[in-house]
Structures are given as structure tokens and as C-alpha cells.
Design a protein around this ligand. Structure first.
Ligand SMILES: Cc1cc2nc3c(=O)[nH]c(=O)nc-3n(C[C@H](O)[C@H](O)[C@H](O)COP(=O)(O)OP(=O)(O)OC[C@H]3O[C@@H](n4cnc5c(N)ncnc54)[C@H](O)[C@@H]3O)c2cc1C
Ligand SMILES: Cc1ncc(C[n+]2csc(CCOP(=O)(O)OP(=O)(O)O)c2C)c(N)n1
Ligand SMILES: [Mg+2]
Length: 574
């Protein structure tokens, strides 16, 4: 029996396990939204901005491993998806975007709202095709889904509103979407070679990333055999750091001195499932060995002496019996002791005494870590919240940590929290937002009320684009264009039917966070935190230090001495 293309589309999505579509309704999407309305089992999640929809779908996909789906209407509607889609694509999580399109007979005429989605989304997708004829369905959609799942990333189906409403007799489904990634292991002789490299080396450091998800046991066993410290890249934190006696912290500009030194002083660096992007932080003289599931990743960030293609869990299982147990812990102990020192240094910054204002953001993050539950999903805005999360949120194998780590977009935390909460009802979801990031997609605060999502939004309100100020200082620019004149966000929340709490004294931080978590509904906690909080890189290069001094000199010359005192008060004298 003939059915509409849109109806078939939604049926195929349901067959692929889709439970919801995030989006903003629009004329060209009517076929899809109406088919969703008439079908049980798939929900339309209406949001205030399509970018939120794409981030939410990406968060759902990241947490479940299943396809996240979002939709935007023709022209500006689907264009708004793009930043969130870039994020999902670069994080390599499977997302399908439905880009509704102008009437098919108008394509190419410069029609109202016309864009060319196949060109626009090409760069942020593995697959991006137009359905111009009903008989392309369901095959085009099946290929799109299969591609997103197997290549991990975004697929876009461009669907003109009129084609969505056409009838089709065609329903020759081919795919059952039971995709499970294959086990991939390198050849035995390559594993032997890797084992002998590792056995020969004196000081081995492991750099572990997100590719170590599901490989915690093997990773720890390997470190134990090699007596090797484990440094993690940021996306690896949630999979690597917990229950790990070999953990020496993160490296990179936001990392720990101990992570930095363990990378720079090793003789052999073993990279496992990581694409840590900053070349300056790789050792120049060490031998570098790498395992990654994708061959094109090998040697992408550093010189490479041996690269193997394999999944980390299964490859380490094969590698372990080939490695000789070491007993010398000298190098490991030095790295661990550096780590204890770095950790203490960071903990000493996370203090808050009643009456002592402004509140240190580190203290907020530390308190949040203490009051949040063991299953919490944290979403973290790009900006200084990423720093506080990296340093003060402890993972345990069950907590999750999402941000826009690879794409680096602001305003990700609230949208990702929405996707996390909808797909995980009953689970605690906490967004760590910057005041800049939060206000960028603030419209979807309203969605927390509309969709009854008990997300807790913690706004680190420092009245500025703080991370950018930090970068300006580190590189010798005088800060400009970074001021934010903010309202009391708690009052805005109240106006939106969301419990709003405002805190401006350290004494109030913990009680407010506890109250927020105990509250059965959405909450926004607006916390006035210090603006001039230095997040020193683990090792400053001489030119960076000179530039930093230059900043101070320029600031004085410009008569902004008050700011330096502020810097000093919040950093040097505590
Ligand atoms: C403001 C800001 C500052 C940042 N500062 C830092 C910083 O100081 N330090 C830092 O570390 N990061 C930092 N980041 C994050 C950084 O940009 C990268 O996102 C992060 O370092 C990448 O972590 P990763 O290598 O674990 O993950 P990814 O980049 O996602 O790499 C994972 C790798 O694992 C591979 N893989 C996936 N699955 C498997 C498998 N099963 N088996 C084998 N391989 C697999 C993938 O092919 C990929 O190559 C910052 C981000 C922001 C937004
Ligand atoms: C969409 C987008 N615009 C601009 C940037 C550049 N940028 C990175 S961090 C940042 C400031 C973030 O400010 P805020 O959310 O207030 O967090 P803070 O660093 O102050 O804690 C900016 C502008 C970006 N990463 N993404
Ligand atoms: Mg800010």
C-alpha cells in the first residue's frame, strides 16, 4: 500500500532504534513532524534553536552509542544545525540530520529560503544526499544511517518538503541496523614488534585517550607490566583517570605539570586511542608508538616510529602476554610524586572561606564534585569551565563528561545537558556553563521547563569571556572586547519557571549546590566567580612569560593598575 515518503522515513528511523527527533518545526518539515505525531514510539522534541537540537542529538549519541537524530526546516532552519553537527562529526558520534528543503521544482531558482544543504553540510558529514525522487527511499536513508553508525559521525538527508509528502509504493528495506563494531587487531608480527620495542625501552609513558573506552582493565594491566605512568588526553579522562594507580594527570595547556613532564621526559611514548592535538606537547626525542582504530590517525600529531591499527581493548589483550613484567619502579615513582605535588597545588587553589570574595571557580568545581552523585552526567561549556572540569571533577567509570572537546564550540553545555537528560530520565545531569556560553543559547533554558527536564545549570558568572582574556594575556594582548554586562541569571531563570539561586559568597556555594541537586526540577545556580583567575599552563615557554610580563607593563601604562592588584590578590597572595 502506498504511503508517504515522510511516513516511511519515520518508520525506518524507528527500525534503527530512534526514540526521538530534536528540532524546530517548520513548513518544509510538516511531513516529518506529522508522521512522528501519528506514530507511537518516536517523540518530537521541540526546542528553541536548531543548534541546541544538533548538540542534544550529539550528546544522546555520545552517551548511548546509538544514532541521534535532529531536524531543521529549509534554509535558515537547517543552517542553524550546522555548528552542533560539526561538533558531533568531530567527536565522531553517530548523528542523522534531516535537512528539510525548499519545494523541489524551485531548486536553483533563488527561491525564498533557498540554500544548498548538500554543499553546506558536506564538510561536517560522511554522507550528505538529496532525496529528489520518492523511489530513492528507503535506500538513501538506510545508507545514511549505516554510514553514520559505521564511520561514526554525521549523515545528512536533504528532503524537499513536497517530496516528503509524495506517495511511494517502494518499501524494499535492506538493512537491519544491528551494527556492532568489529574487533580489530594488528598482525601477530606487528604485536611482537611492539612488545619488543616496549621491553627494550627504559622510561615508557602511556598517553591514553577516548579510544581507551571499554579498555580500562587492559590499560591498567599494561601499565602494571611496564611500570609506566599514564597521562590522559582530555576526552580520555572519563575512561582512564579513575581507579588508576598509574594516573599522572592530563597534559596540554590546561593540563598538570606532572602530565607534561611524564610526556616530555619519557624515552618511549605509547599513544593509545588518542588524537591529542597540540604538537608542542609531544616529546621531540622519544620513540613514539601508536595504536589507533583508524590508520589515518597514525602519525598525525607527532613523528611516529611504529603505528598499529587496532581497537585498544582487543589489541592490548593480545599484547599483554607478549610483554615482560618489569620490577623497576623508579621512573614511575618520580612521575607519581610529581603528580601528587601538582594535585596538591591545584587543591590548594580550590579554597573558599566565608566572606572572602570573589569566589574562586575552582572551589565551585570542587564542591560540585563532592555533592554530585556517582552517576552524574556532566556537560561542560568551552571556556574556563573546561579547565575546572578537567582539574576538579573526578570520574569513576560511571560518571560521564561531555563537552565540545574537539570542535571547541561555546554554548554546548546546556544543549548537551538537554540531550543527556531526555535520553537518561532519572539520571542526574549537571551543566557547567560560562556566562558567555550560557547566554549564547539561553533561549533553551525555556525548554527545561517546557520539557520538564530536571537539569541543573551552574553558571560560572565571571562577567567576561574569561578564557579569551586568559589567552590574550598569555600572548601579550591587552584585553579588549571581553566584557559581559550580565543580568542576575537566577532572576531570568525564575521568570522562565526554573528555580533560580544566586550565590556571591563562598559560604553559600555548597548549600546552593545541595539545594539544586535535591530539587525535583530544573535549577539554575548563578555563581559570581572571580574574573582574574589564572589557569597557568604546566610549563610556560620563555616567550610566553615575556609576553605575559608585557601584558602587565601595558596594563600599567594604560592606567589599569587596579586590574593587576586584582590579579595579584586572586592568584599570588593566597
Ligand atoms: C578550551 C579547550 C582547551 C583544551 N585543552 C586541552 C588540554 O590542555 N589537554 C588536552 O588533553 N585536551 C585539551 N582539550 C581537548 C582537545 O582539544 C582534544 O579534544 C582532546 O585532547 C582529545 O582527546 P582524545 O585524544 O582522548 O580524543 P579524540 O581526539 O577523540 O581521539 C580519540 C582517538 O581514538 C581513536 N579511537 C576511537 N575508538 C578507538 C578504539 N576502540 N580503539 C583504538 N582507537 C580508537 C580515534 O580514532 C581517535 O584517533 C581542550 C579543549 C578545549 C575546548
Ligand atoms: C561559538 C564560539 N564563539 C567563540 C569562541 C571563542 N571562545 C572560546 S572560549 C570563549 C569565552 C567563553 O566565555 P564564557 O562562556 O563566559 O566562559 P569563561 O571562559 O568566561 O568561563 C570564547 C569567546 C568559541 N570557542 N566558540
Ligand atoms: Mg565568562
Amino acid at each position: 500500500m502506498a504511503k508517504r515518503v515522510a511516513e516511511l522515513f519515520v518508520e525506518i528511523l524507528a527500525a534503527a532504534g530512534t526514540e526521538r527527533i530534536y528540532g524546530v518545526a517548520g513548513d518544509s518539515l510538516n511531513g516529518i513532524t506529522d508522521s512522528v505525531r501519528r506514530r507511537n514510539g518516536i517523540e518530537w522534541v521541540g526546542l528553541r534553536h536548531e543548534e541546541t537540537a544538533a548538540f542534544a542529538a550529539g550528546a544522546e549519541a555520545a552517551l548511548t552509542g546509538r544514532l541521534g537524530v535532529c531536524a531543521g526546516s529549509c534554509g535558515p532552519g537547517n543552517l542553524h544545525l550546522i555548528n552542533g553537527l560539526y561538533d558531533a562529526h568531530r567527536s565522531r558520534v553517530p548523528v542523522l540530520a534531516i535537512a528539510a528543503h525548499i519545494p523541489s521544482q524551485e531548486i536553483g531558482s533563488g527561491y525564498f529560503q533557498e540554500t544548498h544543504p548538500e554543499s553546506l553540510f558536506k564538510e561536517c558529514s560522511h554522507f550528505c544526499e538529496l532525496v529528489s525522487n520518492p523511489s530513492q527511499m528507503p535506500r538513501t536513508l538506510e545508507i545514511a544511517i549505516q554510514t553514520a553508525l559505521s564511520k561514526r559521525g554525521v549523515s545528512v538527508v536533504v528532503l524537499p518538503g513536497d517530496v516528503a509528502l509524495m506517495n511511494t509504493e517502494n518499501d524494499d528495506r535492506r538493512v537491519n541496523f544491528t551494527f556492532a563494531p568489529p574487533h580489530t587487531v594488528p598482525r601477530p608480527e606487528e604485536l611482537d614488534q611492539l612488545a619488543s620495542e616496549l621491553d627494550r625501552a627504559r622510561r615508557v609513558t602511556i598517553l591514553a585517550g577516548a579510544g581507551c573506552a571499554g579498555a580500562h582493565d587492559q590499560l591498567i594491566q599494561l601499565a602494571a607490566k611496564l611500570q609506566a605512568p599514564i597521562v590522559h588526553a582530555m576526552r580520555g579522562k572519563e575512561f582512564v583517570e579513575y581507579d588508576n594507580p598509574y594516573d599522572v594527570g592530563m597534559t596540554g595547556l590546561l593540563g598538570f605539570a606532572s602530565g607534561y613532564h611524564a610526556m616530555m621526559n619519557c624515552e618511549t611514548l605509547l599513544m593509545l586511542g588518542t588524537d591529542f592535538p597540540y604538537q608542542q606537547f609531544y616529546p621531540k626525542n622519544a620513540r613514539i608508538l601508536q595504536i589507533d582504530i583508524r590508520a589515518e590517525q597514525l602519525g598525525r600529531r607527532s613523528h611516529l616510529d611504529l603505528g598499529l591499527v587496532g581497537g585498544i581493548a582487543e589489541t592490548l589483550s593480545e599484547l599483554l602476554p607478549r610483554i615482560t613484567q618489569r620490577t623497576d619502579r623508579t621512573y614511575l615513582e618520580v612521575c607519581l610524586s610529581n603528580y601528587r605535588e601538582a594535585r596538591k597545588g591545584l587543591d590548594d587553589l580550590a579554597t573558599g572561606k566565608p566572606g572572602q570574595r570573589p569566589i574562586h571557580p575552582q572551589y565551585v568545581a570542587k564542591m560540585l564534585n563532592e555533592v554530585a552523585g556517582p552517576e552524574t552526567i556532566f556537560t561542560v561549556d568551552v571556556g574556563t569551565p573546561v579547565i575546572w572540569a578537567a582539574r576538579y571533577l573526578a570520574m569513576n567509570g560511571r560518571r560521564r563528561l561531555l563537552s565540545s572537546f574537539n570542535h571547541g564550540s561555546m554554548a554546548n553545555a546546556l544543549p548537551q545537558a538537554i540531550g543527556a537528560q531526555i535520553s537518561h530520565p532519572g539520571r542526574q545531569v549537571i551543566a557547567l556553563s560560562g556566562d558567555g556560553g550560557f547566554s549564547m543559547l539561553m533561549g533553551d533554558l525555556l525548554s527545561l521547563r517546557q520539557l520538564n527536564l530536571p537539569v541543573k545549570v551552574i553558571v560560572f558568572n565571571n562577567g567576561s569571556l574569561g578564557f579569551v582574556e586568559l589567552e590574550m594575556k598569555a600572548t601579550g594582548f591587552l584585553q579588549h572586547g571581553t566584557d559581559l554586562v550580565n543580568p542576575d541569571f537566577a532572576k531570568i531563570a525564575e521568570g522562565a519557571g526554573v528555580l533560580g539561586l544566586h550565590v556571591d559568597d563562598p559560604e553559600g556555594v555548597r548549600p546552593a549546590l545541595e539545594q539544586a541537586i535535591a530539587h525535583d526540577g530544573p535549577v539554575l545556580v548563578d555563581i559570581a566567580v572571580s574574573r582574574q583567575e589564572l589557569a597557568m599552563p604546566p610549563s610556560l615557554k620563555l616567550d610566553q612569560i615575556i609576553d605575559f610580563n608585557l601584558y602587565l607593563i601595558r596594563a600599567i601604562l594604560n592606567g589599569r593598575g587596579d586590574e593587576i592588584i586584582d590579579l595579584a590578590r586572586t592568584n599570588l597572595f593566597r
